[in-house]
Ligand binder design. Sequence first.
Ligand SMILES: Nc1ncnc2c1ncn2[C@@H]1O[C@H](COP(=O)(O)OP(=O)(O)OP(=O)(O)O)[C@@H](O)[C@H]1O
Length: 294
Amino acid sequence: MSTNGSERDAPFIRLENFSLSFPVLHGSARSLKKSLLKSVKRSVGRGMGHQVGGAVHGDDVLLVQALDHVSFEAGPGERIGLIGHNGAGKSTLLRALAGIYESSVGSLTLHGETHALLDPMAGMNRDLTGRENIRLFARYNDLERVHAVALERDVESFAGLGAFIDLPVRLYSSGMAVRLGFALATAPRPQILLMDEWFLAGDQHFQDKAEARLTDLVAHADIMIVTSHSMPILRRWCTRILWMEHGRVRMDGPASIVIDTYLDAVAGETPAPAPAEERTKGNGSDGQDRLTSS
Ligand SMILES: Nc1ncnc2c1ncn2[C@@H]1O[C@H](COP(=O)(O)OP(=O)(O)OP(=O)(O)O)[C@@H](O)[C@H]1O
């Protein structure tokens, strides 16, 4: 794997046959492993509604295959949404791109300053006040005084917490904590922006404000990758969708086409594209359906 975040020229992401599995049980728990394998086997073939999790395999060590030979490239201007069933591998893929998970199987080349919005409370000290957390963030990011003051004003005004900004974060409701975490996390202006769907939390008024701020953030980012179960949001935000299924990219193409195909498959109205091994004429040797937007 190679990453490079030091230069401000055209960013890109290239993932080639990237695989990642989590060891979850060892040989001493064979009976539990067998029952888990049995239940996974039972669920396979029941249709989209029952699909959950990555493939499970292994003898002495039970492995959950979270990502299975994932390949794609992304360049400037691309706003990519990740969709798929629970456990399809969307969050794992985001975390791999963020450098949280590494793998020796396949390769990841990522060029550009990257910022990941994965957890609204990341780096937040709950015993400190909102304002103290903002100052901590500024110090951690080595901001000059003038920028630190601007950050504090910006985050305080955006979060709209009133007097709560000077109370400890542990007293905040989850929505209030998200407001502060979101305001802080969206302060940097990265070239590559990775977002988990938590940013959609909060009341409708906050979502509208959040969307306006994200629009600005995205306008500054060259590449955005977001995971969400909200199709309206993905239709609005994304130009391209990767449909993940059991750790693989099932379909990759323009947002409206992939979302429509996915929804049809979920509803069982039309058959989903056949897996690679069932196709006689595939679009690629790696089992991915690719569509072009032109
Ligand atoms: N830390 C972990 N340890 C063990 N297994 C994990 C871990 N993280 C993820 N997995 C497994 O990897 C697979 C993919 O999980 P992931 O969280 O990427 O799915 P997802 O598509 O984001 O799902 P959801 O839509 O439910 O958030 C799942 O089978 C999950 O159980």
